[in-house]
Design a binder for this molecule. Sequence first.
Ligand SMILES: NC(=O)C1=CN([C@@H]2O[C@H](COP(=O)(O)OP(=O)(O)OC[C@H]3O[C@@H](n4cnc5c(N)ncnc54)[C@H](O)[C@@H]3O)[C@@H](O)[C@H]2O)C=CC1
Ligand SMILES: O=C(CO)COP(=O)(O)O
Length: 347
Amino acid sequence: MSDKVSVLVAGSWGTAIASVLAENQLDVMLWSRNQQQVTEINNEHRNHRFLGDVELSPGIRATTSMEEALHEARAVFVVAPSASMREVASQMRPFLRQETILVHATKGFEAMSLRRMSTVLAEELPHYDPSTIVVLSGPSHAEEVIKQCPTTVVVASENIEAAEAAQDLLINSYFRVYTNPDVVGVEVGGALKNIIALGAGLTDGLGYGDNAKAALLTRGLAEISRLGTAMGGNPLTFAGLAGIGDLVVTCTSKHSRNWRAGYTLAQGEPLDSVLQQMGMVVEGVKTTQAAYRLSREHGITMPIADELYAVLFEGKSPKAAAQDLMGRGRTHEIEEVAKPVQTKWFG
Ligand SMILES: NC(=O)C1=CN([C@@H]2O[C@H](COP(=O)(O)OP(=O)(O)OC[C@H]3O[C@@H](n4cnc5c(N)ncnc54)[C@H](O)[C@@H]3O)[C@@H](O)[C@H]2O)C=CC1
Ligand SMILES: O=C(CO)COP(=O)(O)O
């Protein structure tokens, strides 16, 4: 079998995944739509805009040709922002073979349709067996993975062989990979934690301290679990790497773009200017809109997501949002989390 693997889109996370694969002695091809970036990666072994001065493995070759990227690839890792997933998938359509392992590592929903990313891939790649699509998620900032800091992630697929094939390609001494059959839970957990990270940035920006941050993470996880379970995820997935694991890293790390966006918003900067300054994808903003709609579709209460929506899109002040969260009617802690839901996981 060929040792060639491809990574589609050379942003921060795509480039970090390409580095893990190159470390594992695979023949890595990184696809970008930007010729200047391709030249920089091939000639200088750097992706300066996204990863600064970090030197990339010379084993990573870049191309702007989708045909060249996918030709005889053993696996393809799609790491586009959620807003671009459909466009990138449609470009893959003529060149993707069923034998190629298809993994995506994107954390978000499609804004209009509210589709999960594996559904978008399945729709755009109708010749490909959707049950073999793999999702990669978990606590993994690109800035640390590229420096080979110890990291754990999860790969989920309905097809255990596909998940194990992705695990084999990625696992090494600093990148530990677990499998999970729960595609829905892993995708929903990875997407929704970005909302709570925005909220954690706001909380820190307001100087509210550690008690408030712990409250936000814990009650945020309750919201993620409620919606994720209603959408068909296994409740236990939210206690794992794609749930609490990713929530902790994104809410507490200086690397998180979502946390930084929240922190800057708390200083009174308008949303447009915060996003412009960032220059990289901040998935939590669109995901807040998606969660607002999904929670209503599924009849789920998500007070933190609702207050964040009001701050981002209705001009509510973060302080007033915090006050309203603290002043909600009295409620029971566990009942809200463990409202009995019929799922395929527990019958
Ligand atoms: N950066 C990180 O540490 C992690 C990011 N993720 C997720 O990975 C996904 C991608 O994020 P990043 O790599 O961080 O974003 P980024 O902002 O660093 O890079 C995004 C890349 O996508 C490219 N792109 C955008 N639209 C495109 C299109 N239509 N066609 C081709 N290329 C296009 C941009 O040119 C850029 O190179 C997001 O869903 C994010 O939540 C997941 C785990 C870690
Ligand atoms: O998903 C991530 C880490 O697991 C990256 O989070 P940010 O997009 O907030 O940087």
